[in-house]
Design a protein. Structure first.
Length: 255
């Protein structure tokens, strides 16, 4: 039996890994890949895949939003993929739904495939599609964070993609937004902008500094309790003791 499969993940490496593992299992032909939620909704409605490997954390429209946007007739079987073991994952498990927690190993992946095959072979008594639809309705949508930022430059407007921002610093009544080798000034308060940014990506390391964690290369703690943050371009920023402790609790590791 062939189970037509769609892969949805905003990370290229994540999509490649799932495709590679599926290639060794001849029952799951991949009919397409999507890197964001909006494209996923269109692909699911148009292609009607049997199963979707669906990332939960995606910008603009996340995995929950994808399910909430689908008509019931187009609801596929879903294997959720995520890097965070949250309340939602416990709900999936309680309802008998499957998920892959990144980073997952091959044994766990193939276990999920066996579960999907069992469903299509009629060996599961519960209605998985109904459970997924109910879950999508029960879980509140994630807060919407900005994906673009408009700044002034040379009398015009530059639109910055938020994921490409390296850091944001407070300079008086302005914010200094650093993107690669370029810097832009934006009038505003750092606390107000912080509320609009996804806290899983952007972290406040000082009362006047926010960094993109994806652009951080190294943390160098000091004996005084603070730390130096080395960015991917080699630049260095300071993390105060207070915010270093918050980051430590967030990451669940000693810094």
């Amino acid at each position: 039996m062939k189970i037509r499969t769609l892969i949805v993940d905003d990370e290229l490496l994540g999509r490649r890994l799932i495709r590679r593992l599926l290639a060794s299992e001849g029952s799951f032909p991949v009919i397409g890949e999507c890197s964001d939620g909006n494209d996923a909704v269109e692909a699911i409605c148009a292609e009607r895949p049997d199963v979707v490997f669906l990332d939960i954390q995606m910008p603009e429209l996340d995995g929950f939003g994808v399910l909430q946007s689908l008509p019931k007739a187009a609801m596929p079987i879903v294997v959720f993929v995520t890097a965070h073991d949250t309340f939602a994952l416990k709900a999936f498990e309680a309802r008998g739904l499957d998920y892959l927690l990144k980073p997952f190993d091959e044994e766990r992946f193939y276990s999920a495939l066996e579960r999907v095959k069992a469903y299509f072979a009629g060996k599961q008594s519960s209605s998985v599609r109904r459970q997924i639809a109910e879950l999508a309705g029960d879980v509140p949508p994630r807060a919407k964070f900005i994906s673009r930022l408009m700044v002034k430059k040379d009398g015009g407007i530059v639109i910055l993609k938020v994921p490409e921002i390296d850091s944001i610093g407070s300079v008086g009544n302005y914010l200094k937004v650093k993107v690669g080798n370029a810097s832009y000034l934006l009038r505003g308060r750092i606390g107000e902008l912080e509320k609009k940014l996804d806290p899983e990506t952007f972290f406040r390391v000082h009362r006047s500094t926010i960094v993109n964690l994806d652009r951080v290369r190294e943390f160098k703690p000091s004996f005084q309790g603070d730390a130096t943050i080395v960015m991917s371009d080699g630049g260095r920023l300071s993390a105060s003791r207070e915010y270093r402790k918050k980051l430590q609790r967030s990451l669940g590791s000693a810094l």
